[in-house]
Design a protein around this ligand. Structure first.
Ligand SMILES: NC(=O)c1ccc[n+]([C@@H]2O[C@H](COP(=O)([O-])OP(=O)(O)OC[C@H]3O[C@@H](n4cnc5c(N)ncnc54)[C@H](OP(=O)(O)O)[C@@H]3O)[C@@H](O)[C@H]2O)c1
Length: 233
């Protein structure tokens, strides 16, 4: 199998990339910082020498970079099985006090990025009548909470896009899934003083995603909602 994972140099995306590679899935990963991406690429290459790993620095908020990435993939891979739209940014705030432009910036990464990449790679899935699309939503896609601000708006929108895709693609052999993690250890939580067990591990999210790939063709997990055992923070 072959998978594309965005925002895969750190955090949840890196955990998904590593789990997929450990299962023998060829992976194409992207993130903005080229150095971080190269370092992660070479770690994976050493650990999983039999897996093909492609990496490219891409800012998913920039449509021309999405086009470059998808064109490179189309000239390299004749098939694609899995797309994980994971890249996302989080800025806490309140709609009525946050800085001007915060909503626009997060929409570009959290919504337009997945929208444009999904559209660019859809020809693979339609031609094959097979494929898996995972959109990294959040519990902030399901409930509003104080200080969620524009982040929550963008994640509700991504959930909306996921539901639309599910309705459009259910009779085309393509499984669409929204992933809704609660608090998960990653760079976003750096400096927060909480005991290790209070948040989930990025690997927990990766393992839940993998379960979808083990289902028969007649079943799909539409939503994967994961929370820390002790609940939301
Ligand atoms: N951690 C949580 O508690 C939590 C909970 C619910 C949902 N989520 C969602 O899960 C996803 C991953 O979060 P995370 O906590 O793992 O984040 P993270 O540790 O900050 O990692 C984010 C990854 O995305 C990349 N990235 C950021 N902006 C990008 C852009 N414009 N284009 C391409 N790549 C970009 C980053 O690399 P560069 O900076 O080099 O680009 C990095 O590889 C996000 O969509 C987030 O909203 C996280």
């Amino acid at each position: 199998m072959k998978a594309v994972i965005t925002g895969a140099s750190k955090g949840i995306g890196a955990a998904i990339a590593e789990l997929f590679a450990s299962k023998g899935v060829d992976i194409a990963i992207c993130a903005r910082n080229e150095q971080d991406l190269k370092e992660f690429h070479s770690i994976l290459e050493k650990k999983y020498p039999n897996v093909e790993i492609i990496s490219m620095p891409v800012d998913v908020s920039d449509k021309s970079q999405i086009d470059k990435f998808s064109n490179m993939l189309k000239s390299t891979w004749s098939t694609l099985d899995i797309l994980v739209n994971n890249a996302g940014v989080y800025a806490p705030g309140e709609v009525h006090t946050e800085d001007e432009g915060v909503l626009e910036n997060m929409m570009e990464v959290n919504v337009y990025g997945p929208y444009n990449l999904t559209r660019a790679l859809m020809p693979y899935f339609l031609k094959q009548e097979h494929g898996y699309i995972f959109n990294m939503c959040s519990v902030a896609s399901l409930i509003a909470y104080p200080n969620g601000g524009s982040y929550s708006i963008t994640k509700f929108a991504l959930n909306g896009m996921t539901k639309v895709l599910r309705a459009e693609l259910k009779d085309k052999g393509i499984k669409v899934c929204g992933v809704f993690p609660g608090a998960t250890w990653s760079a976003s939580w750096a400096g927060v003083e909480l005991p290790q067990h209070r948040l989930m591990q990025a690997e927990d999210v990766a393992k839940a995603i993998w379960l979808q790939l083990e289902l028969s063709p007649s079943a799909v997990m539409e939503d994967i909602v994961l929370r820390p055992q002790l609940g939301d923070l």
